[in-house]
Design a protein around this ligand. Structure first.
Ligand SMILES: Nc1ncnc2c1ncn2[C@@H]1O[C@H](COP(=O)(O)OP(=O)(O)OP(=O)(O)O)[C@@H](O)[C@H]1O
Ligand SMILES: [Mg+2]
Length: 441
């Protein structure tokens, strides 16, 4: 596998190289095109000046001096009618002027241009001559291509070295994220990345940290839940085991036997209720639970449940105050049934004898409010924040029979219905639960 670093560096170098080659060719082509005519004009001027100096009689010194001066920047060569070289400056190294070129200049008696080579014909003392002149391309702006080449090469080298570092900086946080995800895959949810950047990688890192925090919380909740479950199962099992042992005693009074057996019965009942509720919660949590909303009459549903619970509130001599106007709702009937049963059972269970339970249904524009209040024992401020936690029971000695899962189930069902549950309570005075549900899902 090619690393991201190698890939980035390779891409950068290829892109730069390609652009430099293209730039180099375009720039030199442009340069040659634009400069050529200008240079040709200069060469003709220089040539004509030289011819006028050369044409003067007895001016050998002048010719030598001029050749000397010109030799820095120009290559000059002079041919006679027979094509033989008569004169050339010392700087001329290449003999790249062909015989045909010389003859053509001599015969046509006209200026000949071929790139940077100029041929000029002239006559002196009745003899024809051809002067060839070309620029010294090692000098002046002819060095441009080389300068351009070297500056592009420098750009490439400096660019590449800088990019090697920049790419390292770019890849570093990605490497850190890879290391962190590997840790996460091993099950280490504590892992955090320390990337403080404001770009997309920074955002990715902060989202990663957020995710691991959530996973960590989930993991903590999971292990707490498992330890709660085993603890909650353990205590009824211990008492069942203890009382079963005592029952082995054949001399035990019938009355006591009966009492112990009823405790065993109650505890087994509690265990079975707990497993049933745990299964329900697990199913609701999994989001695979069937959710089948239908339109039905909410007031009728609550009335039926109150009727079914009559033996319980009757035995506590509770008074039921109902305000249930006809109300239609779109919801999962079976799930909401659980909500009302749980809340009403709580209201009955935590009421003092001869108290009252009030149930109000209120229909607003888009929501339905159901208020279930009791004049019972109430919940302290410390407990009120925790009553929706799984297994939480405010006063265990007072409520041995419960599992502490009822309100967790209620909360989950309301959440599935996109509703809200609120609670207000005063110790010794009573508790009031308000459930707010959307009329339509
Ligand atoms: N109406 C109420 N009045 C006073 N306390 C309440 C009321 N409803 C709930 N609570 C407190 O909240 C705790 C949690 O209630 P929840 O329904 O979850 O569990 P439970 O009733 O104890 O057990 P289960 O519902 O399994 O029978 C209760 O143990 C009780 O302390
Ligand atoms: Mg309950």
């Amino acid at each position: 596998m090619k690393s991201m670093y190698t890939r980035l560096v390779l891409i950068f170098i290829s892109v730069i190289l390609l652009s430099l080659v293209i730039t180099f060719f375009i720039a030199s082509k442009y340069f040659i095109k634009h400069v050529e005519t200008e240079v040709q004009g200069d060469l003709i001027d220089v040539g004509e000046n030289f011819i006028s100096i050369y044409s003067k009689q007895d001016n050998q010194n002048g010719v030598d001096a001029t050749l000397q001066i010109l030799s820095k920047n120009f290559y000059l060569s002079l041919y006679d009618e027979s094509g033989k070289i008569v004169l050339k400056n010392t700087a001329l190294k290449k003999k790249n002027i062909k015989k045909e070129q010389i003859l053509s200049v001599l015969n046509k008696r006209d200026v000949q241009t071929k790139g940077y080579l100029i041929g000029l014909p002239f006559e002196k003392d009745g003899h024809r001559y051809a002067l060839f002149i070309q620029p010294n391309i090692d000098r002046g702006f002819f060095k441009m291509r080389r300068v351009l080449f070297f500056s592009l090469l420098t750009t490439l080298i400096i660019g590449s070295v800088t990019f090697l570092f920049v790419a390292k900086l770019l890849v570093k946080p990605v490497k850190e994220l890879i290391r962190a995800t590997k840790e996460l895959a091993k099950g280490n949810y504590d892992v955090q990345v320390t990337i403080k950047r404001k770009d997309e990688i920074g955002l990715l890192a902060s989202n990663f940290n957020l995710m691991t925090n959530k996973l960590n919380n989930l993991e903590e909740m999971r292990s707490e839940f498992v330890s709660n479950v085993s603890h909650e199962i353990q205590s009824p099992l211990t008492s069942i085991k203890g009382f079963a042992k005592v029952l082995r005693n054949k001399q035990l009074a019938e009355e006591k036997k009966e009492h112990y057996l009823s405790i065993i019965e109650e505890e087994s009942e509690r265990l079975s209720m707990m497993s049933e509720r745990l299964l329900k919660l697990a199913s609701l949590d999994s989001e695979q639970h069937p959710f089948q909303p239908t339109t039905y009459k909410l007031d009728e549903q609550i009335r039926k449940i109150i009727l079914a619970l009559e033996p319980h509130w009757e035995s506590n001599k509770l008074q039921l105050v109902l305000n249930l106007p006809q109300t239609e709702i779109v919801a999962d009937r079976l799930l909401l049934e659980q909500v009302w049963i749980n809340l009403l059972q709580n209201a009955i269970k935590f009421s003092s004898i001869a108290g009252y339970i009030k149930v109000d249904v209120l229909e607003l524009d888009h929501t339905i409010h159901v208020l279930i209040s009791d004049s019972g024992l109430g919940i302290s401020q410390d407990d009120i924040d925790r009553i929706f936690e799984r297994f939480y029971q405010a006063d265990r000695s007072r409520n041995k029979k419960g599992t502490g899962l009822g309100l967790s189930i209620v909360q989950k069902i309301i959440e599935i219905h996109h509703g809200k549950i609120e609670v207000e309570s005063v110790v010794g005075k009573g508790t009031s639960f308000t459930i707010i549900l959307p009329k339509n899902l």
